[in-house]
Write a protein that binds this ligand. Sequence first.
Ligand code: PLP
Length: 426
Amino acid sequence: LSRSEITYWGAGPALLPTDVLEEAAKALLNYNGTGLGIAEHSHRSALATDIINQAKADLAACLDIPDDYEVLFMQGGGTGEFSAAVYNFVGAWVVRKYKEIFGDVQGDAADHPELLEKLKQAVENELKVDYLVTGGWSQKASAEAERLLGSKHVNVAADARKANNGKFGIIPDEGSWNLSKDAAFVYYCDNETVDGVEFPGFPKSLEPGPDGKGPIVVADMSSNILTRKIPVKNFSAIFFGAQKNLGMTGITVVVLKKSFLPPSLSQPPVALLRTLGLPVPPIIFQYETIAKNNSLYNTLSIFDVYVAGQVLKKMLRTYPNKVEGQQAVTEQKAELIYGAVEAFPEVYRVIPDKTARSRVNVCFRVTKGGNVDASEKAFLEQATAQGLTGLKGHRSLGGIRASNYNSVPLEGAEKLANFIRAFATS
Ligand code: PLP
């Protein structure tokens, strides 16, 4: 098969723009006439720093990231960030509590046993991290928080399954969320890749008040970053692996509010964390270490940053209104697919509720003739024969999943919509 014969709908890693890959292939052999491939140049070279800084600037331009945010390139994937979010924001909570309790008191915490005891009690009784569990990925993230902190510190403020017959597929009504008073953070996954559930927009109850103050919000945008405009200023951190809408597998991006970094805030000393019985972050997951070193604390794949940078440059060239231009296309493609599926209610059934269904991971069942297994098998075989590949749903959910990422062209979505209609009427 040639590349041009297929439209790939896999959930990740995803399709990359062919022109970006063609240029990247040349850069792997000889970057900018240096005679050395880009993956062979030192990550400490000026050339590598330029690539990092340019990618940061282009990401900021695409997403309108304000100046008081830092962009970090990390490793360990979205999964690594499940842990990193806990370490860093629990650390920030401890620093805040320490300041409240110790005030201007100087010297070592151990020299003030009564204040230290107060801090221990605060950690014991008040430390909470809040999770909105709306699908498999936020569930995994909350499980990691429980593993690191113990379940008493983890407050599942909402669990979509409770309001939906034990299954994911909705966003629970905000009125039912049980948010903690002073959580170290509120965590949610903006788009649940497996379950096809997406928040329609930024949750009203997490919005900052008129004074600009609000909860500390951390969001996983691994599968829908760069598919719509987002109010970055409402978040303390947004993270995503590059491998769906940005670039290749290998780098993870964190957009972090600078007030969580020095000089505003430094993570607590290791000795204090030990005294308090809290986990000590591996150095590679400590945001301030990564920020201080402009993402080069250790060897970073500059090739992956370069590819992401080229994808961002392409977005800026293609859409003068940046991510909003991409958003319009994403929504046009999603409407084509959902429109085709919904035109045949006797043949297809969209899995998530309409109020929460994802524009990015379109999940549906094929119920034609009553034999779901056989009709889905036939659907997938016939789709593959027409070059529409990667449509099999996640093993935990079954069915069909069309991952409508940025590199899937509009013509690809038209082709899939035509196939969905043709299969229904065949
Ligand atoms: N979060 C979401 C929403 C995902 O879709 C994924 C992977 O598909 C992850 C987290 C985990 O990312 P990684 O495989 O990069 O660790």
